[in-house]
Write a protein that binds this ligand. Structure first.
Ligand SMILES: NC(=O)c1ccc[n+]([C@@H]2O[C@H](COP(=O)([O-])OP(=O)(O)OC[C@H]3O[C@@H](n4cnc5c(N)ncnc54)[C@H](O)[C@@H]3O)[C@@H](O)[C@H]2O)c1
Length: 429
């Protein structure tokens, strides 16, 4: 395509892989994408983008000429020397990371001294060293290895990828590490170049810290509710301290998504495997679980027994601007409410299709108003921007009961109260 950018390969075309591929293609690289999911590859070859991520479809379309999709590895190996790995690393039953997809990729590599794996997947500390040992055992000692963890956030993944607040590269100071540094030069972001184990730990520790910060403010919110303080003001006052900062201090019904729970658990297990009990992470996970369940207790406080009550869930995705339902609070809420005998309606502007495969017994509605129809209570689960425009007077007319539980402290209590509804947020009077 007439640029001097290095061609690369991306193995795994999910949220991270496809964004990485589109982002590097946007910068001028030819990108050879590989995925074992033949249906996904067929859709990508038809020009369809299988996930919802703002700007991604347009970026893929714009760079169509540089993006090549295949379920075969050979075109990637032929055209690229750097193979970015973005396969899933979900938790196993034990909580340790499941590295079977990573192992599959490693096993599929040929013997080569001109290729390197660049690990974007989040993996336990020590994985790079284990992969090097695996390469040695398989007679592929010349295969390079670089750790390059990804910090993008779903919902703003493409812009996070293109404007990273830092680039972390862990390597053995060889050609592969130098080549990855060069690829990231145009991003003009602070570079942390370190050894492989430290790069792996930076990713796990960052996610564990962020998750713990949210769990911390959620515990403060509980105490605020008991003592009459307002967590929004508390967070504002705390966040102005530059040592604390305002981000990740929003109380709510807890974090979800594919990363926090899995990475916090993986770090906890990693520590336990060395004989250390990481107490803070136990608490962080436990608080997050309780936070989702507190919503059920709040509904019971207002409505009594939930048998036969109709509860509407506004939003299902784990956060706005994504269709990702992995570890979403809505999964726990829908199940718990039904277990208490409630009838559950739900509306999500984007995630319904994915949610239908994961949630049973729930009535999916075409709009927020339909979701509220005949409800005893509405629970805001995901703060989609369009919910700001809700007409609460109309909603009050449609509902049977009066209660709005704002699980994200997103609505203006005054607007809801002046529509004749009862407002309850998280950690607010
Ligand atoms: N999603 C995020 O926000 C995020 C952010 C930073 C890091 N990460 C990490 O990135 C990794 C990928 O996460 P994701 O959310 O993109 O996962 P995902 O499930 O959306 O995508 C993984 C893709 O890998 C494919 N795959 C599995 N095995 C394969 C193989 N052997 N060869 C080729 N393709 C294979 C799957 O078919 C799937 O398309 C995980 O380790 C995750 O922890 C995710």
């Amino acid at each position: 395509m007439g640029t001097d950018r290095e061609p690369i390969a991306v193995i795994g075309t999910g949220y991270v892989g496809l964004v990485t591929a589109a982002g590097f293609a946007q910068l001028g690289s030819d990108v050879w994408c590989v995925d074992v999911d033949a249906e996904k590859i067929a859709r990508l070859n038809r020009g369809e983008v299988p996930i919802y991520e703002p700007g991604l479809e347009e970026c893929v379309a714009r760079n169509r000429g540089r993006l090549h999709f295949s379920s075969e590895l050979s075109p990637a190996l032929e055209h690229a020397r750097l193979l970015f790995v973005a396969v899933g690393t979900p938790p196993t039953y034990s909580g340790d990371a499941d590295l079977s997809a990573v192992d599959q990729v490693v096993g599929a590599m040929p013997s080569s001294d001109r290729h390197a794996l660049v690990m974007k997947s989040t993996v336990p500390v020590g994985t790079g060293a284990a992969i090097r040992r695996m390469f040695d055992l398989q007679g592929k000692s010349g295969f390079g290895y670089v750790s390059c963890p990804e910090f993008l956030k779903e919902g703003s993944a493409l812009s996070d990828f293109l404007k990273p607040d830092r680039v972390v590269i862990g390597d053995d100071r060889d050609w592969a590490g130098d080549a990855v540094v060069k690829l990231y030069e145009p991003f003009d972001a602070p570079l942390v170049r370190t050894d492989i184990a430290s790069a792996e730990m930076i990713k796990l520790a960052s996610n564990a810290f962020l998750a713990t910060k949210i769990s911390f403010i959620n515990e403060i919110a509980v105490v605020c509710e008991e003592t009459g303080a307002d967590v929004l003001k508390v967070a504002q006052g705390m966040g102005l301290d530059e040592r604390i900062g305002p981000k990740f201090l929003r109380a709510g019904i807890g974090w979800g998504g594919s990363c926090f729970g899995k990475d916090v658990t993986a770090l906890k297990k990693l520590a336990a495997n060395t004989g250390y009990q990481f107490q803070l992470l136990n608490a962080s996970l436990e608080v997050n679980e309780l936070q989702k369940r507190r919503i059920v207790a709040k509904l019971q406080k207002h409505l009594g027994r939930l048998v036969g009550k109709r509860i509407g869930l506004l939003g299902l995705a784990f956060k706005p601007d994504t269709d990702d339902m992995r570890d979403a609070a809505s999964l726990v809420l829908a199940a718990r409410l039904q277990a208490e005998g409630a009838r559950v309606t739900a509306f999500d502007p984007v995630a319904e299709e994915v949610a239908r495969g994961l949630i049973t017994g729930v009535e999916f509605c075409p709009s927020a108003m339909d979701c509220a129809e005949g409800c005893d209570a509405i629970v805001l689960v995901t703060e989609w921007r369009e919910f700001r425009e809700l007409d609460f007077v109309e909603m009050a007319r449609r509902m049977r009961g009066r209660l709005v539980l704002d699980g994200r402290n997103f609505f203006d209590p005054g607007t809801i109260q002046s529509a004749g509804l009862t407002y309850e947020g998280v950690g607010r009077r």
